[in-house]
Design a protein around this ligand. Structure first.
Ligand SMILES: NC(=O)c1ccc[n+]([C@@H]2O[C@H](COP(=O)([O-])OP(=O)(O)OC[C@H]3O[C@@H](n4cnc5c(N)ncnc54)[C@H](OP(=O)(O)O)[C@@H]3O)[C@@H](O)[C@H]2O)c1
Length: 271
């Protein structure tokens, strides 16, 4: 068999310690991803917005396992709306360890949108849900492109089984934003090849949101959702993290989206 001449993503001979940046990496699924990547030898940059205590506690825990292996950075994803702030965020991230090899788009907002409600609220929902679930992933991927290219790095996006023709009722703008993010994964897999791989993980029901953020997902709805999963239980953040580690280490996989959903996606009707 002839050896590929320019398949750079397949040929990483660089032995320097690799660094992963996880957006929203301080708690819930983000913390599980941060921890799993760290366990697999990565130094980690834990991005957070409001969860400073969680970020510091997680970084302290990881640094007690391996000194100087975890750092934190605070920012709202609104930094994507402004070129100077976005570039400053990129530079600040690169200053922490001097390199980035893995970019995980985990941060997200998630709530129902009432299309019969106030138009002002609809504008706010649109701006926020598209910012966190689509715009920030695209702009962060773009500004870290040269760094990831240099390191033959990889991008992993947290998507949703409802982002692909199976909308979650009551959450139309979230569904639309995640669908855009899903297409970003597939588009950038082509745009960024052969130097950067990009893949997605689509959770089903892995950890329920806090009740005050999502009153629609009350305990009765949660029980119905759980019962709808063929494996008859919700997943765990660690199930998602395992898939992220698999994709981070899979040198011949790009443009793929893995559902980690206990089979729930198979039971959903197409939209
Ligand atoms: N939970 C599930 O079962 C499930 C199901 C399907 C898809 N997913 C996807 O999996 C990923 C993780 O899910 P999750 O439930 O663990 O997420 P989450 O708790 O809802 O959100 C993750 C983090 O996003 C950050 N974030 C939100 N808005 C932000 C903003 N404007 N700027 C900066 N950071 C912001 C928050 O950071 P701070 O806390 O620091 O403010 C938050 O901790 C998400 O992309 C989600 O859409 C999850």
């Amino acid at each position: 068999m002839t050896k590929p001449t320019n398949a750079m993503a397949c040929t990483n001979t660089d032995k320097a310690p690799k660094v992963a940046l996880i957006t929203g990496g301080a708690k819930r699924i983000g913390a599980a991803i941060t921890t799993a990547l760290h366990t697999n030898g990565y130094a980690v940059i834990i991005h957070y917005h409001h969860s400073q205590t969680d970020a510091i506690t997680l970084a302290d825990t990881l640094n007690s396992i391996r000194p100087n292996s975890a750092k934190i950075i605070q920012s709202s994803l609104t930094m994507s709306n402004d070129k100077a702030t976005l570039m400053a965020f990129k530079d600040a991230c690169l200053d922490l360890f001097g390199r980035i090899d893995v970019l995980v788009h985990n941060a997200s907002s998630f709530y129902a949108s009432d299309l019969g409600g106030k138009i002002d609220t609809l504008y706010q929902d649109w701006d926020d849900l598209f910012l966190t679930n689509a715009k920030a992933p695209l702009f962060l991927s773009t500004v870290f492109q040269n760094e990831l290219k240099k390191n033959h790095g990889t991008i992993i996006s947290l998507l949703d089984i409802h982002a692909d023709a199976k909308p979650f009722v009551g959450y139309p703008i979230y569904n639309m934003a995640k669908a855009a993010h899903r297409m970003m994964v597939q588009s950038l897999a082509l745009e960024f090849a052969p130097d950067i791989r990009i893949n997605g993980v689509a959770p089903g029901v892995n950890i329920f949101p806090d009740h005050d953020q999502n009153p629609e997902l009350n305990s009765q709805t949660q029980a119905i959702l759980t019962d709808s999963v063929p494996l008859k239980c919700i997943g765990t953040p660690e199930d998602i993290a395992d898939a992220v580690v698999f994709l981070a280490n899979s040198r011949y996989v790009t443009g793929q989206i893995i559902a980690i959903d206990g089979g729930r996606g198979l039971t959903l009707k197409g939209g």
